[in-house]
Design a protein around this ligand. Structure first.
Ligand code: COA
Ligand code: ZN
Length: 336
């Protein structure tokens, strides 16, 4: 993996490699009230496997009562096509989830706990210490099965119920989980409270303290700061981002949560800036275009509506008439 120096100039991509991780089929689909048919989930993941993504979070092994939309996790993970080089991961909150995910041959487990006590209890029905104890057991079990562990730390940039979350607390949980055997941490902005200055500071500090750890940034675009936050994290040396096709997403147990940064929009912007995302934008747009019919409503992606930057439009129908009139103004007027 490329190691950027701290405080890299984010404005010029200069061919630097960034790693995009799709979370739409988990973070996105978990929020939908309609049940997306299992074969449709599999079909979209299979097409996303052609898009050059580094990782796909295919589903979540959570309680089917808590998240009915993902009650087909086993079938999805078992039946998708596994493209070599892509990590097919899944969200796991507890031991039961880990057993199911390992059984279904997950390439990685993405464990989840919140840095906010209130959100952890609301989302996972446990205190943070109870979550940590449960996750420690899961880490032992997964490493024994040779399945690597990432931990997503929710509300790392603020909690919709508690307000500010102290960065010292966030870094302390990251430290404990890494010491316990996690290989990577995702700093999650669960409800779009992060802002660029804060992102740059926390990402810089995380990378200074844990230079060997995988570091992923997970932003929601709830307050329109998603792309700005991605650029701020790049400036602090991050190179790995979660994003969601169509801009779907949100946590049902975090009030006010809405969509993730949108995969096709982030890829479009980063490619224009000269970054190497390895992603095929046409494939991403093709997948995103399928979403409204699947979820039964419009999706947040603005790129899907506007088309790429050089998606051109025909001039107005009476353009020739207006041009001729404009040019006629430059003709010398006929002698009287
Ligand atoms: N997979 C399947 N079933 C599970 C499960 C899992 N990972 N974890 C718990 N269950 C089942 C138990 O078997 C039990 O079933 P039963 O009532 O038929 O006996 C039931 O759920 C309750 O189990 P319990 O251990 O008491 O869990 P809980 O009710 O305290 O729920 C969570 C805790 C975390 C498992 C549950 O709230 C959950 O899965 N939440 C999802 C959170 C989420 O995905 N949020 C969005 C993403 S951040
Ligand atoms: Zn999220």
């Amino acid at each position: 993996m490329t190691q950027f120096t701290e405080n890299t100039d984010a404005w010029s991509g200069a061919g630097r490699r960034l790693y995009l991780q799709e979370v739409g089929t988990r973070d996105g689909f978990q929020m939908e009230s309609v049940f997306i048919p299992t074969e449709e989930k599999i079909a979209i993941i299979d097409r996303l496997s052609d898009a050059g993504l580094a990782k796909i979070e295919a589903t979540a092994f959570v309680s089917p009562t808590a998240i009915p939309a993902l009650r087909d996790a086993e079938i999805v993970l078992r039946e998708i096509r596994r493209e070599p080089g892509i990590v097919y991961t899944c969200l796991v909150p507890n031991q039961r989830g880990a057993e199911r995910a390992i059984e279904a041959r997950a390439d990685e487990l993405n464990l989840v706990m919140s840095t906010s006590e209130t959100h952890n209890i609301a989302n996972l029905r446990m205190t943070r210490e109870q979550s940590f104890a449960a996750l420690a057991g899961v880490i032992d079990m997964s490493l024994a099965a040779n399945v690597p562990i990432n931990v997503s730390l929710s509300c790392a940039f603020g909690c919709p119920m508690e307000g500010e979350v102290d960065p010292v607390v966030v870094l302390d949980w990251a430290d404990r989980l890494l010491q316990r055997g996690a290989t990577g941490i995702t700093l999650c902005d669960t409800t779009g409270m992060a802002y660029p200055t804060q992102v740059r500071a926390l990402t810089t500090e995380f990378r200074r303290l844990f230079p060997q750890a995988g570091c992923t940034l997970h932003f929601h675009n709830t307050r329109g700061m998603g792309l700005a936050n991605v650029l701020a994290a790049i400036a602090a040396g991050a190179d790995r981002f979660d994003a969601s096709l169509g801009g779907l997403g949100g946590c049902p147990y975090a009030p006010g949560a809405s969509g993730n940064v949108c995969t096709e929009e982030i890829v479009h912007a980063l490619q224009l800036m000269g970054y190497d995302t390895a992603c095929d934008l046409a494939v991403l747009l093709e997948c995103a275009a399928r979403l409204p019919a699947l979820v039964g409503h419009d999706v947040p992606s603005q790129l899907l509506k506007a088309g790429e930057r050089l998606h051109l439009h025909a001039p107005p129908a009476d353009f020739e008439q207006w041009r001729n009139r404009a040019l006629a103004r430059d003709q010398p007027s006929a002698p009287a």
